[in-house]
Design a protein around this ligand. Structure first.
Ligand code: AMP
Ligand code: MG
Length: 337
């Protein structure tokens, strides 16, 4: 099929794609998403087919504001509205009990559903115009780094989706934070643009799921099905080097071979002459690192490298999300120096 390239000027055309059961690339502040009518199991099945995504990995329902929560969820705790008031529109997905009208295809048969209101006006306008919740995972082919620009999404999806709305590069650059509000204490399933520290200010105690910081052992049952899959990976193997920035740069210098690629902070750009280098912003700028990390990983697929060495950001604040994505891309192959 021909993928139509749309912009923020085409809200009603984009809403039509959703209403007709088609596939639409949607911009959000986190990453580009692959959206379809979240009440139509056939449209949702087409998302899984286009991505090559395993069927047991659930999707998130995107809504234009918190008044839509009660359309699709029940037993909504007061704290959900408190979180929505503080962080929506924004990079926070809340896991809530679903109503039966939400199809199994969206939730992978779970009795819960992930709900999010993106901080992207054109996408909220499209959802409101369609008057349908939009189910969407990230717009990459399954297993690949998430797309943070329309061009990156087209690399994976040109010809496989009906249309894509280009609204420029994503301002956050890592996917939404996922917080499960159906358990006590609430549980962080995925770190993202809203930090753990910010959630704790509203919720008090927050449990951090094991899968955030380590690899699930074979046979181990994850909290959400999607947590067991290999993620975000470029084609070459990645090693993450953790420690003080000057030490990790020196360690990587020592270890790389002639065909290694490097992911480093801006300050260390010149440490690796003759090597393909992707910088992810200054060592102290976590927002820049979040915006750059997926592009940096993707860039190596266009370069001839045998392996990739990456300086690890610190894992506080937004850094918890950046290190989570990088560590997953590395299959948690991490060296501490
Ligand atoms: P993506 O943003 O592409 O990673 O896809 C959506 C993410 O939301 C996946 O990691 C899912 O596992 C997660 N997710 C969606 N619905 C639920 C749910 N009901 N419970 C737990 N996680 C969910
Ligand atoms: Mg994804």
């Amino acid at each position: 099929m021909d993928t139509k390239h749309l912009t923020a000027a085409h809200v009603s055309e984009a809403a039509d794609v959703i209403r007709r059961g088609g596939l639409l690339g949607i911009p959000t502040e986190t990453v580009y998403g692959l959206g379809a009518n979240g009440l139509d199991p056939d449209a949702v099945a087409a998302i899984f087919a286009a991505k090559g995504r395993p069927q047991d990995n659930p999707l998130i329902l995107h809504v234009p504001d918190e008044s839509w929560l009660e359309r699709y969820c029940e037993d909504i705790p007061a704290v959900a509205y408190e979180l929505a008031g503080r962080f929506w529109p924004g990079p926070l997905t809340m896991i809530l009990k679903r109503k039966s009208m939400v199809p199994d295809a969206v939730t992978a048969g779970l009795d819960t559903v992930g709900m999010r209101c993106p901080d992207c006006k054109v996408t909220r306008d499209i959802i409101a115009a369609a008057d349908l919740p939009v189910a969407a995972p990230s717009g990459n082919a399954s297993g690949r780094p998430s797309p943070t620009s329309a061009q990156a999404m087209l690399e994976d999806m040109e010809g496989k989706i009906d249309a894509l709305v280009d609204d420029g590069p994503c301002s956050v650059g890592v996917e939404s934070t996922i917080i499960d509000l159906t358990v006590a204490p609430p549980r962080l399933l995925r770190p993202g643009g809203v930090t753990l520290e910010e959630l704790e200010e509203v919720l008090g105690e927050v449990a951090v799921d094991d899968a955030v910081r380590r690899l699930m052992a074979p046979g181990e049952q994850p909290r959400a099905p999607g947590m067991k899959y290999r993620h975000y990976a470029p084609k070459a193997p990645v090693t993450v080097v953790k420690g003080e920035a000057r030490c990790t740069a020196a360690y990587i210098q020592e270890k790389i071979n002639d065909f290694s690629g490097v992911i480093c902070f801006d300050e260390y750009r010149d440490f690796f002459p003759g090597h393909p280098v992707q910088t992810i912003g200054p060592a102290a700028d976590q927002a820049a690192q979040a915006r750059r990390i997926f592009d940096a990983l993707r860039a190596f697929d266009h370069l001839e490298v045998t392996d990739i060495w990456a300086q690890s950001p610190t894992d506080t604040g937004l850094g918890l999300a950046v290190t989570n994505r990088l560590n997953k891309a590395a299959g948690f192959h991490i060296i501490e120096v």
